[in-house]
Design a protein around this ligand. Structure first.
Ligand code: FE2
Ligand code: FE2
Length: 409
């Protein structure tokens, strides 16, 4: 079935340019064009669109207001901004509603690849209900203590960008959002940023304040997850897997170790998403994992039809994280399903995850096992003793192992 895409721009020559530029895609895409936000909403009320690509500055309703309404009424629709740099304040207003930001002028390949990639991601989600949920997620909820620390720091007259960066680096959802934003085409940075503290310092204090107080980019975890998930352990495990995955990548050529940290830190973001949005069902996941002795991702599959791995990969893909990070999230429990055959992020995160569990950071239920057959098949099983050694050293460096020992449940 053809993808249905709606382009919105008040300048007719821009719409004409898009029509011409994307003419070659007409066998795969059904494209419609609206010259105002009001017209776009009318078209959306008459037919379903998979993707909307909108300008920001338009007379009447602007792009930010349009996307807010689309998010409410048609959460399934994937939402892109295609905007000029002068519209920064409007783009920042729509941060919560847009999945991706493209910058004008945008060449055909960039636009085609971004839309195609977002639509391909749908294949990751087998279950419609959870897929719809994934598309509605605007932010990943933040752990309450980190959220409160951030609010306090932002309101303090002596606040510093370093301190803000340090707080944001402690939270999975905040880290994902600032990295998404700073690496968007909109900011046009020459290289990809993988350090959340650096992302915060590039965005600057005023932008961060605006995002937090005006746009409400971060949301505090509202539900009590105590019965569904141990958020302290999830946080510690996520930070550890980030560090261990980075360390494993450094035993190779050292490239992409920043990506490895990000992939490791975000690898279980899908758990947070499922537990925060479907807390009652997630309590059942925990009970099933415990009573049947299966790993959490197995219990999730039985209850939701998919696991946190696929849903986390899907969300980060929609947010335009690079393919290698999306792949690492989506396949961290089943690396053999990925196409990776070398020292990849999938491999590093898979091994780091299993080692962190092996060293003591356990959920209830069984520990996710390392896929030794996969390691053997790609010729990496001989590396395991080295990886175990460097990972143990990494955790001992800051005495984290000791803390973990006392927190085993
Ligand atoms: Fe996981
Ligand atoms: Fe994990």
């Amino acid at each position: 079935m053809k993808m249905r895409i709606l382009f919105v721009d008040d300048e007719l020559r821009v719409l004409e340019g898009l029509r011409r530029m994307l003419y070659g895609m007409r066998s795969e895409w059904e494209m419609c064009f609206a010259e105002s936000a009001e017209k776009a909403l009318e078209m959306l009320s008459q037919q379903k669109f998979d993707v909307i690509v909108t300008d920001m500055r338009m007379p009447g309703m602007n792009g930010a207001e349009l996307l807010a309404e689309v998010t409410e009424k048609y959460p399934d629709t994937i939402r892109f901004i295609l905007s000029g740099h002068s519209d920064q304040h409007l783009v920042l207003k729509s941060v919560g509603c847009a999945h991706q930001y493209l910058s004008k002028p945008c060449d055909a390949d960039t636009l085609k690849n971004a839309v195609k990639r977002a639509s391909d991601l749908r294949k990751l989600l087998a279950d419609d209900a959870v897929g719809r949920l994934a598309k509605q997620i605007r932010t990943l909820p933040s752990f309450p203590q980190v959220y409160l620390d951030l609010m306090e720091e932002l309101r303090s007259p002596e606040t510093s960008i370093q301190r803000i960066g340090e707080i944001i680096s402690r939270d999975i959802g905040m880290t994902a959002k600032v990295l998404q934003l700073v690496n968007s085409a909109f900011f046009g940075l020459p290289r990809r940023i993988t350090d959340p503290a650096q992302a915060v310092s590039l965005l600057g204090l005023e932008v961060i304040k605006g995002l937090v107080f005006t746009v409400h980019i971060f949301s505090q975890l509202k539900v009590d997850l105590a019965n569904a998930i141990n958020s302290d352990k999830l946080w510690r495990h996520s930070m550890n897997v980030g560090r261990l995955a980075k360390r494993i990548m450094m035993t190779g050529d050292g490239e992409r170790d920043g990506d490895a940290f990000v992939a490791g830190m975000l690898h279980d973001a899908g758990k947070l998403m499922l537990a925060a949005n479907l807390p009652q069902d997630y309590i059942e996941v925990g009970k099933m994992a415990e009573s049947e002795g299966v790993a959490f991702f197995e219990a999730e599959k039985r209850i939701f039809g998919i696991s946190h791995a696929e849903i986390g990969g899907y969300l980060m893909g929609l947010w335009a994280f690079p393919d290698n990070i999306v792949e690492a999230l989506a396949y961290h429990h089943n690396p053999g399903l990925s196409a990776a055959k070398d020292l990849s992020l999938v491999l590093a995160v898979h091994v780091a995850d299993a080692l962190d569990h092996e060293f003591g950071n356990r959920d209830s239920g069984s520990i996710p096992q390392m896929d030794l057959m996969y390691l053997e098949s790609i010729g990496f099983s001989s590396k395991l003793p080295i990886w175990r050694e460097v990972c143990l050293q990494e955790l001992q460096k800051e005495g984290i192992e000791d803390e973990q020992e006392s927190s085993v449940c």
